[in-house]
Write a protein that binds this ligand. Sequence first.
Ligand SMILES: [Fe+2]
Length: 384
Amino acid sequence: MLERRALGHVPKKPHLRQRVDGAVIYEECLTRSGFDGAFSILYHQHRPHEAEPVPLETTPHPVELSPSRALLRRHYRCLELPHGATSASARTALLVNRDVTIGFLKPIAPDAHYFSNADGDELFFVQEGAGVLRSVFGDVAFERGDYVCVPKGTLHRFLPAPGLTQAWLWLEFAGVLGLPPAYRNRSGQLRMDAPYSHRDFRAPAAVAPLDEGLRDLVVKRRGAWHRYRSAHSPLDVIGWDGALYPFVLPITSFSARVGQVHLPPPVHATFEAPGALVCSFVPRPLDFHPDANPIPYPHSSVDVDEVLFYANAAFSSRRGVAAGSLSHHPAGITHGPHPGAYENPHPDKWTDELAVMLDCSTPLDPTKAALPLEDTAYHASFRT
Ligand SMILES: [Fe+2]
């Protein structure tokens, strides 16, 4: 997914018989798209495929769709979601389609088991909080304003920093999440005019066997949890190499493009997956034509459902939203600025807005968990 990295003990060639201090080490090849996509090879001290199934102690939030509703612009206040327990159990789906699950979580404690999501790549945006993502690839720290990417099938657990409020946007993709190919040159390097560089991405910087006393692994597959127990710590990796690993990207490392007049959202594209484009709106100068209207024009993007997560409230195009707001503008109806914003735009030359946007190519359905968070006056707020 990113460039190849290597940590710890990595043999001279893959698939060689290897011993370290007289003991056999075991490969685990984590591959995508069958064997055609990005892959990494991890080297374990023990056989990585010996965990046995054990009964579940807890189950995840069931994803239940809301009954069919009118086609309206919608607004959900994510911060009103109750605090959950751990990052695995607190993930609450709010909008779903076949390609992406959009949810939110407010974890308060570390998972007491390891977790592996076999349903898709996950991307978190940390609106509030900080912590450490611990995985078979090593630890990587994250903080407020970071994207945290956990590739499908990565054994991990989150350690939220104690004493901090945690509020994370959660995105799960059915297809492979990656960087837009247009940002790479023919050598696979990020281009010099890409909106970020290789140096902006943080990944685990060290790996060594670690025994936290935990033996249980929960695997999510087709929305259900399955629990397994191993005889040893699964964090027994002495080295790995490859292009598939968890990483962190601070949203403010995204270098926004600015035009003479308003540029469309894809210039903010940060990640993409089949059926979904993730864009970052970051503080930046506004359009510089002397007569430019810096407020987004009303638009009918008839092929996508558009979702905007507001990390702050510095948006002059919409009133009534706040940090933690999630708007859903479905394809089929026009949306645009609130009354007065387009007619009398503010004179500022700079915006402090911070948001994560998704363009989704199949219709999104709200879940029952989203309904108590809804601001039902939102659709009418577009009227004069
Ligand atoms: Fe829009």
